[in-house]
Design a protein around this ligand. Structure first.
Ligand SMILES: Nc1ncnc2c1ncn2[C@@H]1O[C@H](COP(=O)(O)OP(=O)(O)OP(=O)(O)O)[C@@H](O)[C@H]1O
Length: 249
């Protein structure tokens, strides 16, 4: 059997008394495309931070592309791509400068970086042009640059935290196409999103986190057995929405 692209065993993360992730175990085959779902505060970003080496688990073990993240954190970081939730970009740089900075960290030559950046700028319609500073980019443009930085080096495993948040519908379509093309080439992808219609169409594999625990994991068709929408499956698994009027309206 192939070495899993990602393997979590009994992973727990505590922040003081708060248990953000609680004994999470899951394994992804190479080439898998996982949609990681959960309500606000379910533990999705904490999980992504742990599997990308930004946070250490309180308990449990994580292997990424066969590497133990505790023992070989740098090698893991070299081999993966990450689009984090908080997009800590370097505001005083232009887009192409930022991508050079990121590309050099991955050992790419400037020629390769510039050629790939040019392609990405056209594809993602990054209109501010080569001279605009990241500080002046709109939220959606920052998202796009963060995506460029995550995939510039052609990683085999990519983690994307809310890639479609604040993105216009046309760019959203382009991003979906890029992700599908990466998947066809065998890249393993993990994304979080609250846009269930997008996840339903894009991700063949779904994990649903609730209070830091796995409440559902499997192929999307299996979870939706009986023809239910992913939204109803999700709401059933994590508890119903509160209905009723507000007292003053
Ligand atoms: N650094 C931290 N210190 C204390 N508590 C934290 C910290 N980071 C996360 N938490 C808590 O852990 C829980 C899980 O947070 P997390 O950001 O992983 O949720 P999420 O599923 O990504 O939510 P969202 O969909 O709103 O982004 C939350 O209750 C959050 O308040």
């Amino acid at each position: 059997m192939a070495v899993p692209a990602l393997e979590l065993r009994e992973v727990t993360k505590r922040f003081g008394d708060k248990v953000a992730v609680d004994g999470l175990s899951l394994s992804l085959e190479p080439g898998a495309f996982l949609g990681l779902l959960g309500r606000n505060g379910a533990g999705k970003s904490t999980t992504l931070k742990m599997v990308t080496g930004l946070l250490r688990p309180t308990h449990g073990s994580i292997r990424v592309l066969g590497l133990d993240i505790e023992k070989e954190p740098l090698e893991v970081k070299r081999q993966i791509g990450v689009m984090p939730e908080d997009m800590a970009l370097l505001d005083m740089l232009t887009g192409p400068q930022y991508l050079r900075f990121v590309g050099r960290m991955y050992g790419l030559t400037d020629d390769v970086i510039d050629a790939r950046a040019k392609e990405l700028f056209v594809k993602l319609d990054l209109v501010p042009g080569p001279r605009a500073l990241l500080a002046d980019y709109s939220f959606g443009m920052k998202k796009k640059i963060a995506l460029c930085a995550a995939i510039l080096h052609g990683p085999r495993l990519v983690f994307l935290d809310e890639p479609f948040e604040g993105i216009d519908p046309v760019t959203s379509r382009t991003i979906k196409d890029i992700l599908m093309a990466m998947r066809e080439r065998g890249t393993t992808l993990v994304l979080t999103s609250h846009i269930l219609e997008v996840v339903e169409r894009l991700c063949p594999l779904i994990a649903i986190l609730h209070d830091g625990r796995l409440h559902g994991f499997g192929p999307v068709e299996q979870l939706r057995a009986g023809g239910a929408s992913l939204e109803s499956v999700f709401v059933d698994l994590v508890g119903g929405a509160r209905t009723g009027e507000l007292s003053w309206l």
